[in-house]
Design a protein around this ligand. Structure first.
Ligand SMILES: Cc1cc2nc3c(=O)[nH]c(=O)nc-3n(C[C@H](O)[C@H](O)[C@H](O)COP(=O)(O)O)c2cc1C
Length: 153
């Protein structure tokens, strides 16, 4: 198995996050998940139409995850933050173990503090979920730094 899943955590299916992610993976066979299409409840909410299990079904079959998110309010946008919150104490999340993660975020003008904070988040996420962090880049919306420095294998 050497499959790659790109998870676009922007509400814009054709926005900057999606554009950068698809460009990053142009030579790599992959599936794209538009996370805005899935109903992911907030941690602690109990809704019958929650779809996090459907997302895990997609993740189960791959060994590489590429997560892309826009910067909102100096950190990752809410779609990604909600997904990460949900991983806490969730049995299904065990399948993330050993998976490789590339995480990028882009915003109109992300500050150094934003970059440090998102890098810290990705590092701790991988440590706690026992994932392998292969790259984390925070960039401006043109994605130049992401595309120049992140090489997805
Ligand atoms: C609610 C909101 C908050 C934002 N906050 C920031 C921010 O703190 N820093 C930043 O650099 N850009 C910020 N932006 C700009 C977006 O990150 C930027 O437009 C991004 O390219 C959108 O990505 P998308 O096209 O994939 O949706 C914000 C945008 C929105 C809608």
């Amino acid at each position: 198995m050497n499959k790659t899943l790109f998870m676009n955590f922007s509400p814009n299916k054709n926005g900057n996050t999606n554009f950068i992610g698809e460009k990053l993976l142009k030579n790599i066979d992959h599936e794209t998940l538009q996370m805005v299409d899935y109903k992911i409840s907030q941690y602690g909410q109990v809704f019958e139409d929650d779809q996090i299990s459907e997302v895990f079904k997609k993740i189960k079959d791959v060994d590489t995850l590429v997560i892309g998110a826009p910067v909102y309010w100096y950190t990752v946008g809410g779609l990604l933050k909600t997904f990460i919150d949900r991983l806490y104490m969730l049995d299904e999340a065990q399948i993330l173990k050993e998976k490789k993660l590339y995480l990028f975020a882009q915003g109109s003008a992300p500050s150094k503090d934003t970059e440090n904070s998102i890098t810290y988040l990705a590092t701790r996420l991988c440590y706690l979920m026992e994932m392998k962090l292969k790259g984390v880049v925070v960039d401006s919306s043109d994605g130049g730094k992401i595309l120049n420095t992140m090489t997805v294998e």
